[in-house]
Design a protein around this ligand. Structure first.
Ligand code: FMN
Length: 225
């Protein structure tokens, strides 16, 4: 029991969003192991709404070659799920803090909007990851289908972490949902929740050197006795 929680705490503590990768491909058996673990995710009525499309090798490059120009051209976001209406209060503070951590680590000056935009575009290079997983849900399941997919994304990331891989979940890859659907021949009723770029981490790259903070329990938990 104690060992299980220690293992989980280690995985949760070590996982972070990785934004620089080695080019080495992940063997199919390892990817299958991640997917088999993530299949254990709970979902409402056990509907298991997630479908996952995974690119490797040339397929990752081809996807990049389709998506990157769309983003680089400044095409307005048209994701299947509404973009957050507003980051306010502590949510804005946390968003800013994590953004500045990224920019400071990369030596990007505060207010350098051109550099911010260039860095944001790296999403569409998948931060150099050799693989991308696109997670979709069924249109009819609405918000709860997306909630179930969120659980799947986390379990995918923890399984990958346990296997020595690194990941970054990316809502950015859902910004141009119609392009994603068309490229992969997905049916119209699939809703693009997000992507996960993954592979072996480049631990030497400075972008992977910082860790984000978390609020304390006093900020999130209410105990009623
Ligand atoms: C649903 C979701 C979408 C995200 N989208 C992006 C994204 O588009 N680009 C990106 O660089 N990071 C993205 N992230 C990563 C978050 O910025 C990151 O999880 C957060 O700052 C906490 O840092 P950590 O993952 O290193 O613990 C996303 C995370 C989640 C859970």
């Amino acid at each position: 029991m104690t060992d299980s929680i220690s293992t989980l705490e280690t995985l949760l503590g070590d996982r972070h969003s990785c934004r620089a990768y080695k080019t080495e491909q992940v063997p199919r058996a390892i990817i299958d192991r991640i997917l088999n673990a993530a299949q254990k995710t709970a979902s409402w009525c056990n509907s298991q709404p997630w479908q996952v499309t995974i690119t490797s090798g040339e397929a990752t490059k081809k996807f990049r070659d389709v998506l990157y120009p769309v983003a680089a051209a400044g095409t307005p976001n048209s994701g299947d799920f509404p973009f957050p209406r507003e980051y306010r209060g502590v949510y804005l503070d946390r968003r800013r803090e994590s953004g500045f951590q990224l920019y400071n680590t990369l030596g990007i000056a505060r207010g350098d909007k051109t550099a911010y935009a260039e860095q944001a575009l790296q999403n569409f290079n998948f931060f150099g990851a050799p693989h991308v997983a696109i997670i979709t849900s069924d249109e009819a399941l609405g918000v709860y289908g997306a909630v179930d997919c969120g659980g799947y994304v986390n379990n995918f990331m923890l399984a990958a972490q346990a296997l020595g891989l690194a990941t970054v979940p990316q809502a950015a890859l859902a910004f141009h949902a119609a392009v994603v659907r068309k490229h992969f021949g997905m049916s119209d009723d699939r809703r693009v929740v997000c992507g996960i770029s993954f592979g072996y981490p480049d631990r030497e790259h400075k972008v992977n050197s910082y860790r984000t903070s978390r609020a304390g329990l006093g900020d999130v938990a209410t105990f009623v006795e």
